[in-house]
Design a protein around this ligand. Structure first.
Ligand SMILES: Cc1cc2nc3c(=O)[nH]c(=O)nc-3n(C[C@H](O)[C@H](O)[C@H](O)COP(=O)(O)O)c2cc1C
Length: 420
């Protein structure tokens, strides 16, 4: 019986363990987690979502305060079009996070950055160009383009000296999305170095509608593999979403995948950026505690634990400090939903907004608990402590479980002494 370790992922001249830990926004896929993947010979992701918040927390910068101070006058206004990101600060924050991460890198693996197009930041093209260029300047091994079709993203960095040497990949959820991307970029004479095919069971935003349950990852992967073969395009294909054991991964490798991208199982590791008490919520969640809803202002459905405190919370929009989801005209669906509820409930101090959420504020505060569909199986991956909490895992343990396990098994960790 084969193990995932019987395969290798060839990424240009790099031979890797075929395990990629997916990007998890606002520092859930922390540098520590990504660096473990690289140390163990695979690929880890950091994320540039809310990068200023991340560097303020990690490296004591004051970017968020500076932006908030600049636009304080606008807090009461429904019109956020004036609230712009300082591109110099954005570049500085991105460089800082990437440089500090890459300086600590060991092992033969790689560290990539997850770049979501849906973070439109009130100037989509300008900010995305700065984000990607700064990450390349600071020595990131690769960029994974996520949450969007990214039809123009390669062109934004075609003049960068690392455009042809850094690894550049794209996440798609259908053959059609991949075909569009390839068509739009044909003039650049530069194929993506890898394609992550994300199916309907993934965490975060979904590349499907609310009919996500009608789709199946293996079917989409098979279609994409067949298309690439027919077109004689040699692009590594990396399935993602619901790959819970090494055996699940081997099934995809035997179909012809180059590697797998996984995330949910790492949400309960010590290196993951979620606060420890929230990792316990992930462990505890049952299948019917998980839902896909439409409260993300991005317009994409998002999967989360139903008891996430951010659901229904009617906090005042905080775009002056954050504003990552403002579109090219300074609009966000949460602002409209919030103002509608304020108008409907005059004089009320606390209002509820059920149909949209202030995703920036709540992701920053770890109050939207986005997760993969198989989160309910996490309780079978660890041991229970005397106080009923679950023992956190090491990223190394989970990584090596994917790498070496057989027979649909999940290896449990060695019991740890709990401090009295
Ligand atoms: C907590 C969490 C946050 C995520 N955030 C992002 C993100 O910011 N950007 C992204 O492209 N994918 C995001 N994802 C998707 C993962 O990178 C990955 O592709 C997917 O979850 C893999 O499926 P699995 O979780 O079933 O292993 C997230 C997933 C989880 C569990």
């Amino acid at each position: 019986m084969k193990r995932l370790d019987d395969f290798r992922m060839q990424m240009g001249r790099h031979e890797l363990v075929p395990i990629m830990i997916g990007g998890m926004g606002v520092d859930i896929s922390s540098a520590d987690l990504a660096l473990e993947a690289a140390r163990l010979g695979g690929v880890g992701h950091i994320s540039d979502a809310m990068i200023k918040t991340v560097t303020d927390r990690r490296y004591k910068t004051k970017f968020v305060k500076a932006k908030q101070a600049l636009y304080k006058y606008n807090v009461e206004s429904a019109d956020k079009s004036a609230v712009k990101f300082d591109l110099g600060h954005l570049a500085e924050a991105t460089r800082l996070h990437v440089e500090k991460t890459m300086a600590r890198k060991t092992g033969t693996g790689q560290v990539y950055i997850n770049c979501m197009e849906k973070l439109t930041m009130n100037a989509p093209k300008e900010t995305l160009k700065v984000r990607m260029s700064a990450a390349l300047d600071a020595g990131i091994d690769g960029i994974t383009l996520a949450a969007g079709l990214h039809l123009g993203s390669f062109a934004l960095i075609e003049d960068h000296p690392r455009f042809r040497d850094a690894k550049l990949g794209i996440i798609v959820s259908s053959l059609r999305a991949l075909q569009l991307f390839l068509k739009k970029n044909s003039r650049l004479n530069r194929l993506p170095d890898y394609v992550v095919v994300e199916g309907p069971l993934a965490g975060g935003h979904l590349g499907f509608g609310m009919d996500w349950a009608q789709y199946d990852l293996a079917t989409i992967v098979a279609e994409i593999l067949a298309y690439l073969k027919a077109e004689q395009l040699d692009i590594p294909v990396i399935p993602a979403g619901g790959i819970f054991t090494g055996t699940d991964a081997v099934r995809f490798m035997e179909m012809g995948a180059a590697g797998v991208q996984v995330a949910t199982r790492f949400t309960v590791t010590k290196e993951c950026g979620l606060p420890d008490d929230i990792k316990q919520e992930y462990f505890k969640a049952d299948e019917d505690d998980i839902e896909v809803n439409e409260i993300s202002p991005t317009g994409y459905p998002m999967r989360m634990i139903k008891s996430s405190p951010g659901i229904g919370d009617g906090i005042r929009p905080n775009c002056e400090a954050y504003g990552y989801l403002l579109d090219a005209n300074g609009k966000c669906a949460y602002i409209d939903a919030y103002n509608r509820e304020v108008a409907a409930h005059p004089g009320e101090k606390r209002i509820a907004v059920m149909d949209k959420t202030c995703l920036c504020t709540h992701m920053r505060n770890f109050e939207i608990w986005t997760c993969g569909q198989l989160t309910w199986r996490l309780k079978d991956t660890s041991l229970r402590n005397a106080d009923d909490s679950y023992q956190l895992l090491s990223a190394e343990h989970v990584f090596q479980d994917y790498q070496f396990s057989t027979d649909n098994q999940v290896r449990l960790p060695a019991p740890e002494a709990v401090p009295a």
